[in-house]
Design a protein around this ligand. Structure first.
Ligand code: PAF
Length: 282
């Protein structure tokens, strides 16, 4: 397994692989890897000849007052896990290559990013799109892997690949959950035992929403209100948003029908967690 932090060297290594007609699979991450990431890595291993994982905590996708500084990093533990998975290359770009002092070009998606996390974290998806374009330009992957936990991110990346004419096949894989159904996330590491228990209300609220819809409820506000009640029962929680949207274009719905997304972002004593369920309603 090779570890690089330099763009030129990484491009050279990947050029050799391409000349050898190797299919390049790529999983971009911010590190502190968990089973959610590893499920993507395993798919990449199964579907490509040369697997690249990037580890980079991208400063420009964090807003002011967010957790960029404290975001957990452990490159040694990550490398060990990735070595065991048989990954070929870990790319941990240095800040200078990613954001030189004259950096002034950004990539902005202007439609799908208007709701949910794009609305509650202004500038977040501009940061995500910009870093991904840079990573795609260095690695030139044939296949990329993302998780459904970041549903809005996945939709935006799909649009980015399409709109910017990248020849990349994108795979979106199911959310991996802990035993008590909390979606796996690096930020779960911030939770103490009580907060961890409280966090169960997130999946409970999503399940209730899904159940109400299955029983025939078609009014968005009724479902959202009942979900809010579940979250607000826990004192540690603060709701950033709970929304039910069209799962394809993330627009609001007059009535719950078709392919829909139930999505939420909830703070547990300051730790921001997101989750979602996408369902089809007749
Ligand atoms: O989902 C993430 O971990 C990040 O948003 C990504 C895609 C690695 C970009 O920094």
């Amino acid at each position: 397994m090779i570890i690089t932090n330099n763009v030129k060297k990484t491009k050279r290594i990947l050029n050799v692989q391409k000349l050898d007609n190797k299919v390049i699979g790529f999983v971009p991450t911010m590190g502190l890897l968990h089973e959610g990431h590893l499920s993507l890595v395993r798919q990449a291993k199964a579907k490509s000849d040369f697997v690249v994982i990037s580890i980079f905590v991208n400063p420009i996708q964090f807003g002011r007052g967010e957790d960029y500084g404290s975001y957990p990093r452990d490159i040694k533990a990550d490398s060990k896990l990735l070595m065991e998975e048989g990954v070929d290359l870990i790319f941990c770009p240095n800040q200078k290559d990613m954001y030189p002092s004259d950096f002034s070009v950004f990539v902005d998606e202007t439609e799908l990013s208007q709701s949910l996390c794009g609305k509650s974290r202004p500038g977040h998806f501009r940061g995500v799109c910009t870093v991904l374009v840079k990573l795609f330009n260095v690695i030139v992957p044939d296949k990329v892997y993302f998780g459904q936990k970041d549903y809005q991110q996945a939709l935006i990346v799909k649009r980015l690949i399409n709109n910017l004419n990248y020849d990349i096949k994108m795979y979106v894989l199911p959310t991996i959950r802990e035993n008590d159904k909390l979606a796996m996330s690096t930020r779960n590491n911030y939770l103490n035992d009580n907060e961890r228990k409280d966090s169960r209300c997130i999946y409970e609220a999503l399940s209730l929403g899904k159940e109400l819809i299955k029983q025939g409820e078609t009014r968005v506000f009724v479902v959202v209100d009942k979900m809010k009640n579940v979250i607000m029962k826990k004192r540690s929680t603060k709701i950033a948003y709970i929304e039910i949207l069209d799962a394809v274009n993330l627009k609001s719905l007059k009535k719950i029908k078709g392919k829909i997304l139930i999505a939420l972002a909830v703070y547990i004593n300051g730790t921001r967690l997101i989750d979602n369920i996408a369902i089809s309603v007749k």
